[in-house]
Design a protein around this ligand. Structure first.
Ligand code: IMP
Length: 199
């Protein structure tokens, strides 16, 4: 286990919203954040077959190209009755128009076609810190729950309207954003990263 002694970190993402959110989470630990976009780093293709594999691939590429400590994430929605699909393909199921109505409909149709009664599912988030010398530290957070019979609610994004976290009756699309953020797969992965490498 390696602790962070650097005071600057590159976030291996070109998504400005994600960079801002992660920057705010890391600010209390004295880490200045720059994005892969700011540094014009190339976006590697996500060729691995797991969340951690893809997070490591992105973090390693950014650390190597920038010479800085790098942080990457990879996340998605995994449905038991679909053997973990859409999983690492969660974004792709929404198609080129990024329509998650279509993606959620496909989940429901494939669950129905599977004939399986299990409605269990989870959101999963992998986070990897990579150092320029090739060392990596990876963490995985998950939140378990059930697939709703139909999408409900307009909060959040992606598959949120289809997911009822354990212990609740509302979907992530219906729950207050603060309630989701306190228990989310992303929050849980960050808790581990902070406890292990930053706190
Ligand atoms: P990425 O890790 O940013 O590539 O996100 C992968 C995809 O997983 C997103 O496009 C969403 O479809 C899905 N996803 C990840 N996290 C969440 C979440 O918190 N709510 C809903 N969908 C999510």
């Amino acid at each position: 286990m390696r602790r962070v002694t650097e005071n600057k970190l590159v976030i291996a993402s070109h998504n400005a919203g994600k960079v801002r959110e992660i920057g705010a989470l890391l600010a209390p630990y004295g880490l200045e954040v720059v994005s892969a976009g700011d540094l014009d780093l190339p976006e590697p293709e996500e060729t691995e077959d797991s969340f951690i594999g893809n997070a490591e691939l992105k973090a390693r590429a950014a650390a190597k190209a920038s010479g800085l400590l790098a942080l990457a994430d990879d996340s998605g929605f995994a449905v038991n009755a679909l053997d973990g699909a859409p999983g690492i393909y969660s974004a792709r199921w929404a198609g080129p128009s990024k329509d998650f109505g279509i993606a959620m409909q496909r989940v429901l149709e494939e669950m129905s076609a599977s004939g399986r009664k299990d409605r269990g599912a989870a959101f999963i988030c992998a986070l990897t810190l990579a150092w320029p010398d090739g060392h990596v530290e990876s963490f995985e957070g998950r939140v378990s729950g059930q697939v709703a019979e139909a999408p409900r609610g307009t909060n959040g994004f992606g598959y949120d309207p289809l997911f009822i976290p354990d212990g609740y009756e509302q979907t992530f699309g219906e729950l207050e954003p603060a309630t989701k953020h306190a228990m989310s797969h992303r929050a849980r992965a960050f808790e581990q990263l902070i406890a292990t490498c930053l706190a």
